[in-house]
Design a protein around this ligand. Sequence first.
Ligand code: HEC
Length: 141
Amino acid sequence: MIEMAGRKALVAAIAACVAVWSAAVAGAWTAGPASRSVNDGVYTEPQAARGAKVFDTNCTACHDTGRFTGEDFLSAWTGKPLAELFEAVQTMPEDNPGSLKAQEYGDVVAFFLQLNKYPAGSDELKGDAEAMAGIAMAPHP
Ligand code: HEC
């Protein structure tokens, strides 16, 4: 009988741990994806200007800026974390994927946000997938 009580206590302790862990995971979710969107000024003007230069040098051989603006572009990315667009640009240039620095890819994403008339702010967009995972591509307000 004493052994049974010990077992019950152990099971209860494990259940408590699982509950704490699930709460932590749920907290991470609510603090993550929902926390900010591209309407919140997530890049700076000078950064977008840098991104435009990176784009001119590395991307215009195959793309013009029209490919990354307008209805088709926005509907493809709206509702997704900005990290997905960041990952897509890192697969480019198609003939030399991943050849730019992470921050240069981040600057190109900032340039795309500016092209699509999302507001600039006072902090740069970090060229980092984890940072961009918390920023949602949202429709214009
Ligand atoms: C050698 C040609 C070439 C170069 C240079 C190039 N791309 Fe691409 N890119 C392509 C092709 C081909 C596709 C697929 C067709 C399309 O979606 O337009 C593509 C698609 C894309 C997409 C869409 C991916 C998706 O998942 O929808 C993005 C974003 C992109 N390129 C960004 C860039 C950026 C940023 C650069 C410069 C750093 C760049 N590309 C340079 C050829 C190129």
